[in-house]
Design a protein around this ligand. Sequence first.
Ligand code: ARG
Length: 705
Amino acid sequence: MTDSIRFLMCAPDHYDVDYVINPWMEGNIHKSSRDRAVDQWQNLYHIIKDRAIVDLIPAEKGWPDLVFTANAGLLLGQNVVLSRFLHPERQGEEPYFKKWFEENGYTVYELPKDLPFEGAGDALLDREGRWLWAGYGFRTELDSHPYLAKWLDVEVISLRLVDPRFYHLDTCFCPLSGGYLLYYPPAFDSYSNHLIERRVAEEKRIVLNELDAVNFGCNSVNINNTVIMNKASESLKQRLTELGYEVLETPLTEFLKAGGAAKCLTLRTTEPVREELHAVTYLESRTLQMRGHLLDAGIMNRALDVIVDRGGSFKVLNFNLGAERQSTSLAEVRVSAPDRGVMEDIVADLIDIGAMDVPEDERDALLEPVPMGGVAPDDFYVTTIYPTEVRIKGAWVRLQNQRMDGAIAVRETAEGVVARCKLLRDLEVGEKVVVGVHGIRTVRKVEDRDRASAGEEFSFMGSGVSSERRVELVVEKIAWELRQIRDRGGKVAVTAGPVVIHTGGSKHLARLIREGYVQALLGGNAIAVHDIEQSLMGTSLGVDMQQGVAVRGGHRHHLKTINIVRRYGSIAKTVEEGIITKGVMYECVKNNVPFSLAGSIRDDGPLPDTQMDLIKAQEDYGRMLEGVEMILMLSTMLHSIGVGNMTPAGVKMVCVDINPAVVTKLSDRGSVESVGVVTDVGLFLSLLVQQLEQLTNPYVRNLSL
Ligand code: ARG
């Protein structure tokens, strides 16, 4: 027996499963046998008593989980941080534990109200006492960790639990003597796994499989080289034995029904202090504010979800709820994250949603020089589609060329500071780039609560399939907007894939171009080849477009088409020579509508007009998209995504595809302006043309085919 090691336990006199506060308790209410529980507990008690001193805290009627003394608090030397249980079902245990600690001469620290922390269930000392592993995610709030560091004067490493079966750190993580670690990696998020791997060398990590994990293999009591647990597989026993441990199995199945086992039933009360080590916490906090229809438009939900999903925690400091339907709300939220990297990820997402620093905390954006041409500093801020401002020398500067996936390049010019979105490849030495997430905000127009819901109605994301009537409704709206844009001399771009031709949409698209509804056409080699093939030979990829059947030898048609255009030198010349007499490309040439065909690896030919230098193609696309108000994305995921990335929020995007997944991908940019329509693109175009025809506007000439 080792005199210096002590444990606190509580006999199961009043133990039962009375309520459900973890997945193990589900279906087990009053299903555990008191007699068997007493036997199992006694066995554990004796095993431990042979190796250490065991103190007992009296059982209390009405507090069935008091047996799990691991949850009493966290103790180091003479200091204890008392637990603050998350669930009311266990909160009544606190005074009993507090009393015991006080009577036994400990200094008891108590966390602020509403800051849950479940003691040694969620905080485990490295067995060498080098640091404290602290869990969060289910029972313990991340914000409690700095208190642990301060009061116990230790370094705290925060680990996030993500599997509800392993709701306490001690259910999936067990530091052993000699620097070894028994754990179940899938119970943690990837960031936490990374932390664990950084601290514990691979040969010291003993990874449990799921079966051992659900048998509570990690919930072990380690006394010197003895490891006491409910049950272990042969392989786990062998591994531990090889490492010099003695494994003692003692069934604790009655306690598993409440979600606990060996370690949960004990609290080690002698944890040696290493005087040379001191408090360290990596936790970062930052206060941000948000304004708008925070509730109606779902912004608050989204923001809080982002924080938690990404591994942070929050405290709403202020919430000024707009009382009237049209009034906006203002919220101040303190965000905490286990370290700076996680904080930056969270804040970057929150900036997208429209969050900004509280005025007292406004700071200039951090700038770092471009290290070499075409390369940004590591920590560069990645831009989004939303209008963005950066704070430089106290003033907010609006970015030029807003687009997604760029860096913010800042230059001081004679006229003042210029900030613009630039692609990495365009960054130049001498420029500075915004790094981190300070002094950046997106400028959202206050999302009109009615419009937000109208947008929903308008797209089909929720319902998955769009009924015919709903397609008609959307088409009506789009037709109306197209008409408006055309009448005021605005700009509409179309991205189109070859499916437009296969589905018989060619004549409709041609007509839209002829009638002045399209100011730029963006696509690849295929749309042009198929369109011209149809004009010249009546087939699209060898299929007769009138009959809908494959034509004998038709598959050669598209190569012959390419060959013809190559002979004339360009699409425009082939049109001018009177060879191409109709179709989409024909109308573009005839009506001076610029087009850009971006090449790809699978292109046949290509047509002389196809731009095979993709950087040039991207530049062409960018130029043609300048000033567009609406983009019709017709059945081409590749070109549409390319276009989407170049386009700032505020441009209406209409994505049409028969594949719902494509539509979701394209229209899911979190901006109200995008609309997805799941339907056949040929059908869509024919409806659109019909609808435009019906819009009788005395100021425009009549449409005729
Ligand atoms: N029924 C208890 C609860 O859900 C079990 C506690 C287990 N304790 C532990 N340290 N994992 O709170």
